[in-house]
Design a binder for this molecule. Structure first.
Ligand SMILES: [Zn+2]
Ligand SMILES: [Zn+2]
Length: 277
């Protein structure tokens, strides 16, 4: 969990970004502020990524993208490099237009667009009607959610599945996508008394979690308003959701077991994850 906050920095959380390492693949889910630096803190260079998924275009999910794309043109020591293949960049319909606006039509960023064209740094893939994509052995399925241009993703590989909500108000499309998933990573931006926009509070999250019934739930995208009162999220979830709940913070590492192993042995209380730094 690289960035588990919003656009407003808090003491333990800032920006949105998750590194998913699954079946030998390294997938970055969202690329908000501080994510390139946090990838480095997690021991990963951007050139090692296999694909990036953008859940939507809001700045707390995309602001590090020009930095990420630029850094693909340099190796770990900062020397120029020519990638063997472009990095797959998956996003909602409008992704190509978004990239043009951020890179090409901004005269101060247009050199990044020129590098991208010259070196084929990223290859954009817009989520189409098919709403399914294969990368290596992983199958990615997408669902439109209740947030501007918002999509959720479910990554399946073998017996293992991880689902990420992106930003969304509670919605049936997410419940259907996440149904029975091993790990659901879901936003809970604001406490219910301060809920704004198309987001989820602890009450909405409880409804989604009980309906989707993931084996484990990771709560992320927490505004600083949650600082010191995260236990209220767990309390709101407990009457209806019996699975394991993890309240995320930046640079938290979570290990996920395949479904059969999870069913055979209940997950231990704290051994399965630890803080990276
Ligand atoms: Zn958003
Ligand atoms: Zn957001």
């Amino acid at each position: 969990m690289l960035g588990t906050g919003t656009l407003k920095p808090g003491p333990r959380r800032y920006g949105a970004g998750i590194l998913l390492e699954i079946g030998g693949l390294k997938l970055l889910l969202d690329c908000g502020p501080s994510i390139v630096q946090k990838l480095f803190s997690a021991g990963i260079d951007a050139t090692e990524l296999d694909a990036v998924f953008l859940s939507h275009f809001h700045v707390d999910h995309t602001s590090d993208l020009p930095d990420l794309i630029s850094s693909l043109a340099a190796d770990k020591l900062g020397y120029p490099r020519r990638p063997e293949r472009p990095l797959t960049l998956i996003g909602p319909p409008g992704l190509v237009q978004f990239l043009e606006a951020v890179l090409d039509r901004n005269p101060y960023h247009s050199y990044v667009g020129e590098w991208n064209r010259a070196l084929r740094l990223v290859e954009p893939v817009e989520i189409g009607d098919k709403k399914e994509l294969r990368i290596g052995d992983a199958v990615l399925r997408f669902a439109e959610v209740d947030h501007p241009n918002g999509y959720a993703v479910r990554v399946n590989i073998g017996d293992l599945s991880v689902t990420y909500s992106g930003d969304t108000a509670p919605t049936t499309s997410l419940v259907e996508l996440a149904s029975g998933t091993d790990l659901l990573i879901h936003e809970c931006t604001f406490p219910s008394e301060a809920l704004m926009g198309k987001h989820s509070s602890e009450k909405g999250l409880a409804e989604v979690a009980s309906r989707a019934a993931p084996k484990q739930l990771v709560v992320t995208h927490l505004s600083p308003a949650w600082t010191g009162r995260e236990h209220e999220i767990v309390a709101a979830l407990r009457p209806s959701f019996k699975g394991r709940v993890i309240i995320a913070h930046d640079l938290l590492e979570i290990r996920v077991r395949p479904r059969l192993a999870t069913e055979a042995t209940p997950p231990p209380s704290s051994r399965a994850f630890h803080q990276l730094r």
